[in-house]
Ligand binder design. Structure first.
Ligand code: BGC
Length: 719
């Protein structure tokens, strides 16, 4: 019924109107700013006409109910057919109430809270007028030099898939049309953006199709299975062709095979970037390649509006392809109920009540405590409240703890570490000690003075938020040397030192881990960061985060990830020679801290690993049980992790693969019997002919507290 109306609307549109619908422009174009001379630089050079603006389909980066209502109202008056605009923004880890960055959220292994964080982000965004968020980013990451690892949940395809589902559920809810407190999700960046060569942003990605399917596609697929409405293209190449103009990737894989029939949007400027990539001579050819690949919306470049008409007239592009793209956009508008109510959830009165509400801040604090990972603790934490504390470091009083993609978050409203600690104790002295990347004698002196009378030194260290995120790549992944120097100076005082780290990537922690008594990886914890850190340091909350990306021993190991392959000459094999094995002469093969690692204020022991049978068939399942006991002094949460290894495949198989996990909560002294059920489909993988199936043979199953510390048993899959 409605589909007919959409089709008749489409029939009334001129070709120019259709093409303009495919254009996405940033907010300034819609605010009358052009007349006011506010559109400058590259935006001014785009030469977009008023006609295009009046007929364009969507707006990038608007927020604020009043602003969005105003833009939409003017647009509805000016647009000949009354087609509402879609408002899209990057609401990645919170709108104004900022949650920890996604890499931190991954470390919570808490899917329920993750979903809740996305639901809250959606509620705040939608009351402010936003319809679509450019999230979740589900790119699998293995290279901490890449600044955008903080946007991903880590290096594991299974875990990333679970998080992708949780984010999509949280953003979209169950009924997008009627639930105006939700927003449509856009999974990105299709595909394999996380594999940029050398960890340098936008760089080439070149991998086998088998590898793509095995490790990189599952999380996008999971988001789509959860009903994710949109997909964004990646900046990188896939199979030698930029994703945005890659017909095989988009038409064959995404649309046909993965059955995606929603809106596909290019990343910012990615259509035109086909020129420097070297697959298009000019904007016209780039536009031709993108539309042929099935990209519906062109973000922030003008290939479509400048050239599609010509391409249709020259019979290079069939108008039906443009119709398809327009129809998909109209369908999304329809799904969001915009033809009935173009303002959807935008509500000026409700906005102040909903945004940054106490309940939202509470959820942000809870998730921040669950996302932090305790990396070391030599019996110094939790701190006793009567201890005199010196808080020293560039993050001691910094609100720069929201992380990249928190453009609407306010650093002034973020709880700093000092404020958090002050809520637990007043016995506190504070000094900056150094800046992020420089240190002066005066700063050192002040720090030594502040610490002289303290029982314990709390170091607040890290990377400022510009050091990660988009285009935030680093070849040296240690803490900046000024901060390592600060640690050295303070060591002369011979006092216990606890380092709290605020950063966006796994770091090489030499100079920190070996020089301090305890280390808490807080990542960018968001608006409630200082409170969450204080809750953990003082033991009001027991740390439970577990790393979802390996921390390298040295940048020279990168990429280093737990689910790697063996070689023909693995280290540690019974017949291994001394020299001719796969190893470095100067550093270990293993990362400094493995995937799944994290400490607690209590200890959990694992015993009694049992399999229900020594064999299983395709029809049967296998029960794997283990006993976990909290034999420490306090209640705590443990992430019980299940891995498998396929001993012999048609193609090589990883040394371990995460297949399941359970996050459990145990009181001091409590014991739990945990059971996992494994079925044949969890043993499948992509063969050399790309078929996805299992092979009979021997498997090891591992259960443990992280990817290295496990108990194991073997079983056979029989056909
Ligand atoms: C980023 C995307 C983002 C887009 C719109 C691009 O530069 O790569 O992740 O969604 O900008 O802001």
């Amino acid at each position: 019924m409605r589909e007919n109306k959409l089709l008749s609307l489409l029939n009334q549109m001129t070709l120019d109107e259709k093409i303009a619908q495919l254009m996405q422009l940033a907010t300034p174009f819609f605010k009358g700013a052009k007349e006011q001379g506010q559109i400058t630089g590259p935006m001014a050079e785009m030469g977009v006409t008023d006609d295009t603006i009046q007929n364009s389909g969507s707006v990038l980066g608007a927020s604020g109910a009043q602003e969005i209502i105003n833009i939409q109202r003017t647009h509805m008056e000016e647009n000949r057919l009354g087609i509402p605009l879609l408002f899209m923004s990057d609401i990645v880890h919170g709108f104004k109430t900022i949650f920890p960055v996604p890499l931190a959220i991954g470390c919570s292994w808490d899917l329920e809270l993750t979903e809740k964080s996305a639901e809250i982000a959606a509620r705040e965004a939608s009351v402010s007028g936003v319809h679509v968020t450019f999230a979740p980013m589900v790119d699998l990451v293995r290279d901490p030099r890449w600044g955008r690892v903080m946007e991903s949940t880590g290096e594991d395809p299974y875990l990333n898939s679970e998080f992708a589902r949780a984010f999509v559920r949280g953003f979209q809810g169950e009924e997008l049309t009627t639930d105006v407190e939700r927003v449509a999700a856009c999974v990105k960046h299709f595909a394999a953006y996380g594999a940029a060569e050398g960890g340098r942003d936008y760089n080439t990605v070149d991998m086998s199709e088998r590898e793509l399917r095995e490790n990189y596609l599952p999380a996008y697929q999971a988001a789509l299975e959860e009903g994710c409405e949109m997909v964004m293209t990646a900046f990188n190449t896939v199979f030698g062709i930029p994703a945005t103009g890659n017909k095989r990737l988009m038409r064959q894989l995404l649309r046909e095979e993965m059955e995606f029939d929603g809106v596909l949007i290019s990343d910012w400027g990615a259509v035109k970037e086909m020129i420097p990539h070297g697959v298009a001579e000019n904007e016209k050819e780039a536009a031709y390649k993108a539309i042929s690949a099935g990209v519906d919306i062109e973000m922030m470049t003008t290939g479509y509006v400048n050239h599609l008409k010509e391409l249709v007239e020259e019979k290079m592009v069939d108008e039906s392809i443009i119709d398809e793209a327009v129809l998909r956009i109209l369908q999304l508008k329809e799904k969001l109920g915009l033809f009935e109510n173009p303002y959807r959830g935008a509500n000026v009165e409700l906005e102040p009540e909903v945004i940054m509400s106490a309940a939202h801040r509470k959820a942000a604090r809870e998730l921040a405590t669950k996302s932090s990972v305790l990396l070391k603790n030599e019996s110094i934490l939790p701190l006793k409240k009567e201890k005199k504390v010196a808080l020293i470091g560039p993050f001691a009083e910094s609100g720069d703890i929201l992380g990249p993609w928190s453009w609407l978050g306010s650093r002034d409203e973020a709880v700093t570490m000092k404020e958090g600690i002050l809520s637990k104790t007043s016995r506190l002295t504070v000094a900056k000690g150094c800046d992020i990347e420089s240190i002066t004698d005066a700063q050192t002196e002040e720090a030594l003075k502040a610490a002289s009378d303290a029982d314990v030194i709390l170091l607040a260290l890290g990377e400022d938020s510009d050091m990660s995120g988009e285009a935030g790549c680093r070849a040296n992944i240690q803490l900046p040397s000024a901060q390592l120097q600060l640690i050295n100076y303070l060591q002369s005082l011979n006092k216990p030192m606890v380092a709290v780290l605020f950063n966006g990537r796994p770091l090489d922690l030499h100079g920190v881990l070996d020089q301090t008594d305890a280390v808490l990886e807080a990542w960018y914890p968001g608006t409630e960061g200082g409170n969450a850190v204080a809750d953990l340091l003082y033991g009001d909350v027991n740390p439970s985060g577990r790393l979802t990306m390996s921390f390298p021993y040295h940048v020279g190991q990168v990429p280093v990830y737990y689910n790697h392959f063996n070689t023909g000459r693995p280290q540690g094999a019974p017949d291994a020679q001394e020299r001719y094995v796969s190893q470095y002469l100067d550093i270990p093969n293993e990362p400094l801290l493995p995937f799944g690692f994290g400490l607690s204020y209590t200890t959990f022991t694992y015993s009694d690993l049992k399999l229900s049978s020594a064999t299983m068939t395709e029809e049967q399942t296998l029960d794997i049980s283990i006993t976990v006991t909290n034999d420490g002094p306090v209640a705590g949460e443990e992430v019980v992790q299940l891995y498998i290894h396929d001993h012999s495949g048609e193609v090589i198989r990883p040394v371990k693969e995460l297949k399941d996990f359970q996050k459990i909560s145990l009181d001091a002294g409590e014991t739990a019997d945990i059971t996992f059920t494994l079925s044949e489909n969890q043993l499948r993988y992509h063969h050399s002919d790309l078929q996805y199936k299992s092979d009979p043979g021997t498997f090891t199953v591992f259960i443990g507290r992280n990817s290295q510390d496990t108990m194991e048993q073997t079983f056979r899959l029989e056909k």
